[in-house]
Design a protein around this ligand. Structure first.
Ligand code: DAH
Length: 336
């Protein structure tokens, strides 16, 4: 009896060796283990055996069933694996084919300067404030102490929208807007942004340009604070070895007013002072109009020309480069 069972197993093994489809394997399963399968059909024989042989026979049958089920399971798996291998071979990816070349953008040099100004001033506790580019005459001029008919308006010839609105000629109106909503509280802000003047474009002028305004108001703010702030800014932008000089100047919204120069060393080792920004102590009238009491608080302000800083820092000799979108120019600025 055992022999016959063994033969069945061998028989199945032999047949499985010659199958290569899941369907064939399934047919073999039915042939051997199905309801009328060869092994199943042997089971009733147990009844014909003497009692003492029955357990042994039952065990042979069960063992054989287990072995045959496992053989079928493995045969199916082998076939699935082979099919997968064939599929994978067919769909092989050639990793040596070069990928698409995506052109990588770069950060605009003016944005780089603004970002580094923000880094510098945010680190010192300043806030970044914003104001509209279409500005009211009231903020652009009046509240900056440039009343109608003031000669300083001549230098700020602008693009007027109507009688009261114009494209802002500087970022200074953000000072007035911020004072107005601060209700007499201390202020430390910078405000970078676009500005416009009706200048003909040339190597150093652009009808659209950028500034970064600065304003600090509090008790006992004096010129020393202004100078220290701008000295550390000059070192931050242009190198630790830099020195600055405050030159008396005139702005309607500051008193006293200064132009700030930085001492640069030229290639031939000679030194030269180059103007980088305008600044001063906030004019008492400007404080008063912004809702501050000039008897109690004081402040300093400055206005930085972003293009000027970028030209000095990156050695750019024509301001129009910043606005003409020439990729050969822009590609050179990758950021820090
Ligand atoms: N608004 C001035 C300009 O555009 C620049 C300026 C100078 C701003 C001195 C200031 C300042 O805040 O104190 O020419």
């Amino acid at each position: 009896m055992q022999n016959e069972i063994m033969k069945l197993i061998d028989n199945l093994k032999e047949k499985l060796n010659h199958t290569n489809s899941l369907e064939d394997v399934e047919n073999l399963r039915v042939e051997f283990l199905g309801k009328n399968g060869l092994l199943t059909k042997m089971m009733p024989l147990i009844k014909t055996l003497p009692n003492e042989e029955k357990p042994q026979f039952g065990k042979w049958i069960n063992d054989a069933k287990e072995i045959m089920e496992s053989m079928i399971y493995h045969a199916k798996n082998d076939i699935l694996e082979k099919e997968l291998e064939v599929k994978l071979n067919k769909e092989k990816i050639d990793v040596t084919i070069p990928g698409y070349q995506f052109r990588q953008g770069s950060i605009h040099p003016l944005s780089l300067i603004i970002e580094s100004l923000e880094d510098f001033f945010l680190g010192q506790g300043y806030l970044v404030a914003e104001g509209p580019e279409v500005e009211l005459d009231k903020y652009n001029f009046e509240m900056m102490n440039i009343a109608e008919g003031h000669p300083a308006r001549e230098m700020h010839d602008s693009f007027y929208i109507d009688q009261n609105r114009l494209l802002r000629t500087h970022t200074s109106p953000v000072q007035a807007r911020f004072m107005e909503k601060s209700n007499g509280k201390p202020i430390a802000i910078i405000s970078p942004g676009k500005t416009y003047r009706r200048d003909p474009d040339d190597q150093t002028h652009s009808h659209q340009f950028m500034q970064c305004e600065g304003l600090v108001i509090g008790e006992n703010i004096h010129v020393g604070h202004l100078k220290e702030t701008l000295l550390s800014l000059a070192k931050y932008l242009f190198g630790e070895d830099k020195e600055i000089r405050l030159r008396p100047s005139y702005f309607p919204f500051t008193e006293p007013s200064f132009e700030v120069d930085v001492l640069f060393t030229k290639k031939d080792k000679s030194q030269t002072w180059i103007e980088i920004l305008g600044s001063g102590m906030v004019h008492p009238e400007v404080l008063r109009m912004g809702g501050y009491n000039p008897e109690k608080v004081s402040g300093f302000a400055f206005g930085i020309g972003i293009e000027r800083i970028a030209m000095l820092k990156y050695g750019v000799d024509d301001i129009r480069n910043f606005y003409t979108n020439d990729l050969r120019f822009l590609k050179q600025f990758k950021g820090e």
